[in-house]
Design a protein around this ligand. Structure first.
Ligand SMILES: Cc1ncc(COP(=O)(O)O)c(C=O)c1O
Length: 324
């Protein structure tokens, strides 16, 4: 486990890696380690898997939803700054689908406000000036089966802060510090078996990311102008954890998805407008871009073993459904 933690920390330029049982656990423990709790508010992009927003709720704090930008599908520095108020205690910044957030701009805009980077999808991606996983007080990774590197289930907190790392280690292990139970906490440990799986896959990470980028380039070349694609900020690099497309107006997304599946293409829903989920029933937030992407987005198949000809086939099938 320590070898896996050290290897991931080295890859992301961090002092500490604290392996945990999931990406969701990583987010929950990070908020706890930064002492976010009742009365606090936390900035959180409105487009995502629900984990970051749910983690804020579980901490007893209030979610301040922030919309995403139309090309990169991440929350901008301006939007985060504008949403901030006097109760804001932290900001969660997501590298959406592996696409790097504009880290420098966000750091400048938020000043001393603690940042938790949700890099669940972004291992192997890079900002203009460093790897994803290096932004803010704590960065969180996921090793869920759909992620670039998987341990079955698993996650990791990355930090440069010795005290935060100690708290995270204590919080993942029943609140024990030096054999003494100092706070009431749960068990969020990663197993040694999972860590061994992760360590082995780390050897192949560069090849996996390279292949994903190659496949994504083929998709982009073929689909540019026909659907909206996620843009990567200049000087940054995505690992293409997910190849998302936004369908043009006039197409029923769910019907397109069904037809793709009927024709053998395993596409999926892209993401969620979290403020619209049952878990946030009663929220009157209006996040037009998150709602647009959640309603019209599809994830197309992309995996390292995929052949170029299979990308052509998916593109042909999608075109057939859209034009047929
Ligand atoms: C942006 C984001 N954050 C957090 C998570 C949660 O990770 P896990 O499934 O390992 O709990 C996910 C999972 O898909 C995610 O996409």
């Amino acid at each position: 486990m320590e070898r896996f933690e050290q290897a991931v920390a080295a890859l992301t330029g961090r002092r500490h890696g604290v392996a945990v049982s999931s990406g969701t656990a990583a987010l929950q423990l990070s908020l706890k380690a930064l002492q976010v709790g009742p009365g606090d508010e936390v900035l959180c992009p409105a487009l995502s898997w629900p984990s970051p927003a749910h983690a804020v709720r579980v901490a007893g704090a209030k979610v301040q939803f922030v919309d995403v930008e139309q090309d990169e599908w991440n929350s901008t520095a301006e939007a985060l700054r504008a949403a901030r108020n006097g109760n804001t205690r932290a900001a969660i910044v997501i590298d959406q689908f592996g696409n790097p957030a504009r880290a420098e701009e966000i750091r400048d805009a938020l000043g001393a406000l603690p940042i938790i980077e949700d890099a669940a999808c972004a291992l192997g991606s890079s900002f203009t000036n460093g790897p994803c996983g290096s932004l803010g007080q704590v960065s969180c990774l996921s090793f869920h089966p759909r992620k670039i590197l998987t341990t079955g289930e698993g996650g990791m907190c990355l930090t440069d802060d010795d005290d935060v790392a100690e708290k995270l280690r204590m919080l993942r292990n029943h609140g024990q510090l030096g054999g003494v139970f100092v706070v009431a906490a749960g068990n969020f440990r990663m197993t040694e078996i999972a860590a061994a799986l992760g360590l082995a896959q780390l050897q192949r990470l560069d090849d996996i990311v390279l292949r994903r980028r190659g496949l994504a380039a083929l998709y982009r070349e073929a689909l540019e102008g026909e659907v909206d694609l996620q843009r990567t900020p200049a000087g940054s690099e995505s690992n293409y954890q997910t190849l998302g497309v936004i369908l043009p107006q006039g197409h029923d997304r769910n019907a397109v998805l069904e037809k793709l599946r009927e024709r053998g293409v395993e596409a999926g829903l892209l993401s969620f407008a979290i403020h619209k989920l049952g878990s946030f029933a009663g929220s009157n937030a209006s996040m037009p871009m998150a709602e647009h992407i959640a309603a019209r987005g599809l994830a197309l198949p992309l995996y390292p073993q995929m052949r170029n000809a299979e990308v052509d086939e998916v593109v042909r099938t999608l075109r057939g459904v859209l034009n047929g």
